[in-house]
Design a protein around this ligand. Structure first.
Ligand code: FAD
Length: 388
């Protein structure tokens, strides 16, 4: 069978390799000069390629996720990676990385494996449209019309990339609203003097005053707002709400002293009443944070200062932005995708991030991109491809 794969990211490369290993004639088109550009940027250059603890709660509630996770285990994904010479290790939290600790090395392995499997890779080749003719698809590739029996879309999203022209391939009613996700947030009341400070904190996300999610970890204060993995994970909760309800209001309540209760902190601060206010948080908070906490307190009593440090609050202005986001919330709607084989009503197959699936930080998005491609093959075809 002649197969066209549109997009050379994790999803497209995985699909192309397995398909070619099953004897298909595979052409993979990538609009960039090289495949795997986004993979190279992942995990701060180390590529957090998966996670031992993948489960549905790590994603939006999509029936596609359910179908893929029931069918593709982390073990099988690792077998696929190993068949591409990508060996991995897990850190203490279960995040998987390549032994090379190098995202560009992962791209090298996938590119090399695709070549060995016989995939024809055409870079600098943007597929602009696909025309259905009977059971086949006709595509204009660099000025020549070619016929394929199967076309697989693995075009990703506009997160950290130029937005792909998905509407050339699927009608508008296949698509949900989209929002950038796993991204920093711009807040309305930012104290710019905090730019560059990092603090370990518990963060609560409030929607209309009610706590809707909590995360712990390092908050990075920026001149525009907040960043850090815990903020990224909360941005996913915001994005999933905004695609359904674009007037929802959010704020962040940051507990800057999670190791003490408010009462304990108040007691410590009360014992320091001889100190000037600027010194009262010495040994507890970064000086600049302390100044800001003191400024936002109702008064200078130990109780008010402790409350302010445990309820340091910012109001969301907006999610920032496509270039700074790691993943897109929304995409091709689960309502038009056949969950068993990820086929659309127009006969095209869609994989990876272009689907309405988004995971939190921790390797879940690369896993989904690869697993969605593996999912479309029967067990026997996977055995042929990687002994799975
Ligand atoms: C900075 C950053 C860090 C990240 N870190 C992590 C991480 O550590 N762990 C994790 O799990 N996830 C991470 N992610 C998310 C993860 O990279 C993506 O979810 C995943 O790579 C998506 O894979 P994909 O194959 O679906 O799409 P993509 O990787 O986006 O690939 C799609 C490809 O299709 C090409 N294309 C689009 N349209 C066309 C066309 N018409 N013709 C030809 N080619 C086309 C694009 O150029 C692109 O190369 C990160 C993302 C970013 C931006």
């Amino acid at each position: 069978m002649k197969v066209l794969v549109v997009g050379g990211g994790m999803a497209g490369l995985t699909y192309a390799i397995i398909s070619a290993r099953n004897g298909n004639q595979v052409v993979l088109c990538e609009r960039n000069a090289r495949v795997g550009k986004k993979i190279s940027a992942t995990g701060n250059g180390k590529c957090n390629i998966g996670n031992l603890h993948v489960n549905q709660s790590c994603y939006n509630a999509s029936p596609i996720v359910q179908s893929v996770l029931q069918n593709v285990s982390v073990d099988e994904y690792l077998q696929f990676l190993s068949s591409c010479q990508i060996l991995t290790y897990a850190d203490e939290t279960g995040r998987l990385y390549p032994l090379s600790d190098s995202a560009s090395n992962v791209v090298d392995c996938l590119r090399h494996t695709a070549n060995v499997a016989g995939v024809t890779t055409l870079c600098d080749t943007e597929v602009l449209a696909v025309e259905k003719q009977g059971q086949n698809f006709v595509v204009n590739l660099n000025g020549t019309k070619q016929t394929f029996q199967k076309v697989v879309l693995a075009m990703g999203s506009g997160s950290g990339a130029v937005a792909p022209k998905i509407s050339n391939f699927v009608p508008q009613n296949y698509l949900t609203k989209i929002q950038p996700s796993l991204c920093p947030v711009k807040v309305v009341n930012m104290d710019k003097t905090l730019n560059g400070i990092r603090a370990k904190a518990n963060v609560s996300l409030l929607q209309n005053g009610q706590v809707v999610a909590t995360e712990s970890g390092e908050v990075q204060f920026k001149d525009y707002g907040l960043s850090g993995i815990c903020i990224f994970n909360l941005s996913a909760v915001i994005a999933r709400t905004l695609v359904k309800q674009n007037n929802a209001q959010f704020s962040f309540k940051i507990d800057l002293v999670p190791s003490m209760t408010q009462g304990q902190l108040a007691k410590v601060l009360a014992s320091r009443t001889g100190n000037q206010t600027s010194q009262i948080f010495y040994g507890i908070l970064h000086n600049k944070l302390a100044e800001s906490v003191v400024k936002s307190a109702k008064d200078c009593t130990a109780e008010s200062l402790a409350f302010s440090a445990k309820n340091f609050t910012f109001t969301l202005q907006k999610l920032l932005d496509w270039s700074m986001s790691q993943v897109t919330c929304g995409g091709i709607s689960a309502s038009v995708v056949e969950p068993q084989n990820l086929t659309l009503p127009n006969g095209l197959v869609a994989l990876g991030e272009m689907l309405d699936v988004d995971g939190k930080c921790g390797g879940f998005n690369l896993f989904f991109a690869g697993a969605s491609a593996i999912h479309t093959f029967k067990k026997k075809q996977r055995q042929i491809a990687f002994g799975g």
